[in-house]
Each structure stands twice: as structure tokens, then as C-alpha cells.
Write a protein that binds this ligand. Structure first.
Ligand SMILES: NC(=O)c1ccc[n+]([C@@H]2O[C@H](COP(=O)([O-])OP(=O)(O)OC[C@H]3O[C@@H](n4cnc5c(N)ncnc54)[C@H](O)[C@@H]3O)[C@@H](O)[C@H]2O)c1
Length: 266
């Protein structure tokens, strides 16, 4: 077991990547503090972990609320006595032309994705400093931190902001052995991907478009992200801090999609 006894707070555990990370960490022996906005889904994920012999508690949390985040970390310490790790995974996306991007839409995305990350990092680091044993933090951003996507201004700004925040914290707390890294997925098969497919006029054309934009010709799986998260949160990556690990099937490495035009050999 690679995370035996570690107390790790994971946000956004009701579905998708966060759910998979919580389940995987519990299998690796972690004591998981699962935080999500909706009680119905969040509690169900924790009940299944406990039924399978894992250790976890659920705390209903809106990560954009300082009060909720304080209550989350208070619960973690009350239940398990300490905090060794944090995964800031809760996030919301928003796509629309910039002319229609209202201040309310901007605030909603920035408040969850960036402010929520700041609030949770703050409390986690304060708890880690109390034990003096160090700790590990993963901020789940996106391959939007390598380049931008049209119509995603608040999301891109928030996710790039998460990288700056992580690098800054990484260097400030390196000497106290608190590591802060970014995990940046590309397109992963969660509700987001199902929504993209459902919104497309043609499934086939949508699939073909994304295949040509992802050199590995497929979307990723939640398991492929949680495998990396286990490595980053564990003691197997002691020299890693301030890094941004991109897992996107090569998508952000490709300058120009080869379709529909392929140049002759030069
Ligand atoms: N799926 C992808 O293709 C993809 C790609 C790149 C980055 N990401 C990032 O990965 C993370 C997880 O995404 P996902 O695809 O699993 O999405 P998802 O919608 O399935 O999961 C997000 C979770 O966060 C929770 N959440 C949302 N707002 C919250 C809040 N204010 N407080 C607490 N919890 C809140 C939701 O309830 C949900 O459980 C996000 O940060 C997302 O930006 C996803």
C-alpha cells in the first residue's frame, strides 16, 4: 500500500476524476476526507469506500466558501488528527463567446477553481505546519495551462492562476517539505466528455474532430489520472515540487492537427 495511514483531503469527489482519486487513494491505504458540494452523490461514494474496507469520511463542502473549507479541515483533524495531503480537484468549466461572459460567470468559475484552491491550500498548509512532517498538495488544472481554448476565458485564467499559485507555494514551502504540484489532464471520459458529445450535432464528426486533435486518438480515463495522482501525493516523488504534469495523450504537444491537409514530404 503506497499511501498507508496518510490523511488526504480530496475535493469534488462526487463524480468523475475526484471520485476515482478518492477510491484509488483509499485502496492504497489512505484515510480519505472527501469533500463535495452535493451530499447525495458525495456520501454515496464514501459509503461504497467504507463498505469495501477503506477509510473515508464525507464532508459536504462548497470550496468557494471560507466557512465551509474551515469546517472541512476541522472535520479532518477531528476525525483523523492531522492532514498529510490535499487534492484540489473540484472545478467548474464554462464555455461561451467573450462578449457574453458576464462578471457573474467570471466570478463563478474563478471562485470555485482558483479561490477554492487557495482556501484549501491555506488550511492544508497550516495543518501540515502544525505536525512538522511536511505534506503533498496536487492542484488539478488542465492542459488549458499549456495553451488556451477559444471561448474559455474564465476557465483558462483560473487554471493558469492555479499554476502560478502552485509554483509560488512550492518554492515558499520547499524547505519545510510541503510539496505543491499541478496535475493537468487533457480530455478525460467524465460527464464533461458526455456533455460535449451530447451537445454535438453529430457524434461521428465530434469524435473525428477530437481524434485528430489527440495524437493518441482517444480520450483519457479517470484511472490514468488517479495513477499519476498516487505517485504525486506519495513519498515516491520527494524531489517534485512546482511541477505541472500534463496527461493529455499528446494533445497540447501538437502544433497543428494533420487533418484535413497533410503536406507532402519535404
Ligand atoms: N474531464 C476532463 O476532460 C477534464 C479535463 C481537464 C481538466 N479537468 C479538471 O478535472 C477536475 C474534475 O473534473 P471532472 O471531469 O471529474 O468533472 P465533474 O463535473 O465530474 O466533477 C467535478 C466535481 O466537483 C464538484 N464541485 C463543483 N463545484 C464545487 C464546489 N463549489 N465545491 C465543491 N465541489 C464542487 C462537483 O460536484 C463534482 O463532484 C476539474 O477541476 C476539471 O476542471 C477535467
Amino acid at each position: 500500500m503506497r499511501l498507508k495511514g496518510k490523511v488526504i483531503v480530496v475535493t469534488g469527489t462526487g463524480s468523475g476524476i475526484g471520485k476515482d482519486i478518492a477510491e484509488r487513494f483509499a485502496k492504497e491505504g489512505a484515510r480519505v476526507v472527501a469533500a463535495s458540494r452535493r451530499a447525495a452523490t458525495g456520501q454515496g461514494v464514501v459509503d461504497a469506500i467504507v463498505a469495501g474496507g477503506g477509510q473515508a469520511i464525507f464532508v459536504q463542502t462548497d470550496v468557494s466558501s471560507a466557512k465551509d473549507v474551515d469546517a472541512l479541515f476541522d472535520s479532518a483533524v477531528r476525525s483523523y488528527g492531522r492532514v498529510d495531503g490535499l487534492v484540489n480537484n473540484a472545478g467548474v468549466n464554462f464555455v461561451c463567446p467573450f462578449e457574453e461572459c458576464t462578471p457573474e460567470a467570471w466570478d463563478r468559475v474563478l471562485n470555485v477553481d482558483l479561490r477554492g484552491t487557495y482556501l484549501c491550500c491555506r488550511r492544508a498548509i497550516l495543518e501540515m505546519l502544525k505536525t512538522g512532517d511536511g505534506g503533498s498538495i496536487i492542484n488539478v488544472a488542465s492542459n488549458h495551462t499549456v495553451a488556451a481554448v477559444k471561448g474559455s476565458v474564465p476557465y483558462d485564467a483560473a487554471k493558469w492562476g492555479m499554476v502560478g499559485l502552485s509554483k509560488s507555494l512550492g518554492i515558499e514551502f520547499a524547505s519545510r517539505n510541503i510539496r505543491v504540484n499541478v496535475l493537468s489532464p487533457g480530455l478525460i471520459h467524465t460527464q464533461i466528455w458526455d456533455d460535449i458529445l451530447d451537445a454535438a450535432p453529430s457524434h461521428e464528426e465530434c469524435l473525428a474532430h477530437w481524434k485528430s486533435n489527440i495524437p493518441m486518438h482517444r480520450v483519457g480515463t479517470c484511472e490514468e489520472i488517479s495513477s499519476a495522482a498516487v505517485f504525486m501525493i506519495s513519498d515516491e516523488s520527494p524531489f517534485m515540487t512546482g511541477a505541472n504534469l500534463v496527461i493529455d495523450g499528446g494533445m497540447s504537444s501538437q502544433l497543428v492537427t494533420p487533418d484535413p491537409y497533410t503536406s507532402r514530404k519535404i
